[in-house]
Every structure is written in structure tokens, then in C-alpha cells.
Ligand binder design. Structure first.
Ligand code: GUN
Length: 291
């Protein structure tokens, strides 16, 4: 079997066209352009690439973006001051602090300092709490991107066995919540799936993975998901972004394409979807702030 390619680039392009149309309609009515402020601390090359891609995506759909590129040795107080200044700028509808931060900065303190109304990453505890209770203000971008990639390519997770490998705050944990939640008017992204999360203490990982109708790899280890861990015909989503010898490699061994029914590539799978959902959150933030 050769797996269906879950083309994130093509799916993202469709959603970005929808966003661009909404942005254009909004500006034609005389409303402000949605605007995203990105804070990058230090010179990590991967983070610089991610931030560049996010800003280009903003420009492509007609949104404003600003980059605050701050030195790696900035103090936490100065960073918090920068966030407060952006928070008070009415043209800024979304703030994103690119992670990871340098070791001397307390990540939690920084994420808590962002106004939850413009926390388009959905990392603030108020927004995580709202998400957990089924009353989301925003959906976190990577899990949201995974779900849209599945749904828009004919793989609705409702009633399916979903196995998520990895329990990070950015992907595994929020994705598990969203997958397990009931779809309601207040929570339209709820998936009604049956969900298992695996982690470093999971026993018989391959057996658990083989239970999956939909297997999601979000570990951060190159090619850790091998063909023997995939039930023939299963849908596999690769969230991994590992740089090996300067090349971007997913968490899924490419030979899985011979077993799976569908597989998202790296690059060109979840990556473009994540950025697209960030654009959507920024548009929704602008719409909510204007009410
Ligand atoms: N670093 C890796 N993924 C993300 C993300 O989704 N948001 C932010 N702010 N930083 C990240």
C-alpha cells in the first residue's frame, strides 16, 4: 500500500484563502487590519526560520505583523516590559513569544504575562482552562492544525481510536483534550474520538500504537514510529520537526507510507497548518476585540 499524502501545504492554502477573504472584507468595511506581534529572544536558527515563516504568512493574507527581536541576554523584567507595551497597543490583536526561551527566563512567568484576550498561541492558563472545560477562546495552533488537516482530507476522528505519542503542553496534552471532547456549538473542534496518550513510561508502545485508527506522533525523536507500530490502513500524522544534519525529519519513519492508509509528510504536513491556525486565531482575536 502507498499511503494517501495528507498535504498540509495544499490544505493550508485553502484555509489561508478563506482567511484572506475575511481580512479583505473586514478592511473594506473600514476596520483595522488584524495584527500579530512576534517576540523572538536570541538567535536560535530554527526559531528564526519559524518566525520568518509566520511573518510571511501574515503578509500573504493581508495582516500586519511586527517582530521584536530581543538579545539572548535580555533580563526577564525587560522582556515582561516589552510584552506589556505590546499588550497596550490597540493595533496588536495577537502576541506570540517564540519558544524555547533562554534558560535564565522563566517561561511560565512570560506566558502568564500575555493578556489572555490576545494569547493567540493559547498557552495562557486561563485559555488552557477554558479549552479543558469545553469553552475555548482559542484553540492551540498545532493541535488545531492536526484536526483540520484530518477533517479536510476526509478523516473525521469521531468514534475513532486515536493514539497520541507524546504528552507535551504544546501538542500532546491539548490535542488529547480536543480529540476526546464532544463537538458542540461552543466547541466546534471537539472530535468525539476515543483517545490514548502514550509517553516514556508506556509499556508495549508498539502494541498500543497498533490499536490506532489515527496515530499521531508528537515526540521529537527522528523516525521513532516504525512500520511495525502501525496497523495496516491507519491514518498517521507526523508532528515531529527534528533537524538532523541540517535536514528536517519527522518522528515517523518514511517506510510507514508502505503500511499506512494516509500519512502527513515532513516538511509540508502539520507545519504549514500550524501557521495557518495562528493566522485564524489572530483574525478571530481582532473580531472579538472589536465587538
Ligand atoms: N515553539 C515551537 N512551537 C511553538 C508554538 O506553537 N508557539 C510558540 N510560541 N513557540 C513555539
Amino acid at each position: 500500500m502507498t499511503a494517501q499524502r495528507l498535504d498540509g501545504k495544499a490544505t493550508a492554502a485553502l484555509i489561508r484563502a478563506e482567511i484572506a477573504a475575511e481580512v479583505a472584507a473586514r478592511t473594506e468595511e473600514g476596520e483595522t487590519k488584524p495584527g500579530l506581534a512576534v517576540i523572538l529572544v536570541g538567535d536560535d536558527p530554527a526559531s528564526q526560520t519559524y518566525v520568518r515563516n509566520k511573518r510571511k504568512a501574515c503578509a500573504d493574507v493581508g495582516m500586519n505583523s511586527w517582530l521584536h527581536h530581543l538579545p539572548a541576554d535580555i533580563t526577564q523584567d525587560d522582556l515582561l516590559e516589552d510584552i506589556a507595551e505590546l499588550d497596550s497597543n490597540p493595533g496588536v490583536h495577537g502576541i506570540l513569544v517564540q519558544l524555547p526561551l533562554p534558560k535564565h527566563i522563566h517561561e511560565e512567568a512570560v506566558l502568564h504575562a500575555i493578556d489572555p484576550l490576545i494569547d493567540v498561541d493559547c498557552f495562557h492558563p486561563e485559555n488552557v482552562g477554558r479549552l479543558a472545560t469545553g469553552h475555548p477562546r482559542y484553540y492551540p495552533c498545532t493541535p488545531y492544525g492536526v484536526i483540520e488537516l484530518l477533517r479536510r482530507n476526509g478523516h473525521d476522528p469521531a468514534g475513532k481510536e486515536v493514539v497520541i505519542v507524546g504528552r507535551s503542553n504544546i501538542v500532546g496534552k491539548p490535542l488529547a483534550m480536543m480529540m476526546a471532547q464532544k463537538k458542540t456549538a461552543a466547541n466546534p473542534t471537539g472530535c468525539d474520538a476515543t483517545v490514548t496518550i502514550t509517553h516514556t513510561r508506556t509499556q508495549n508502545l508498539a502494541d498500543v500504537c497498533r490499536r490506532a485508527d489515527i496515530l499521531i506522533a508528537a515526540v521529537g525523536k527522528p523516525a521513532i514510529i516504525t512500520p511495525d507500530m502501525v496497523r495496516p490502513g491507519a491514518v498517521v500524522v507526523d508532528v515531529g520537526t527534528n533537524v538532523v544534519d541540517g535536514k528536517l525529519i519527522g518522528d515517523v519513519d518514511p517506510r510507514v507510507a508502505e503500511v499506512a492508509g494516509a500519512l502527513s509528510p515532513v516538511p509540508g504536513g502539520v507545519g504549514p497548518m500550524t501557521i495557518t491556525m495562528l493566522l485564524l486565531n489572530t483574525l478571530r482575536a481582532a473580531q472579538q476585540l472589536d465587538v
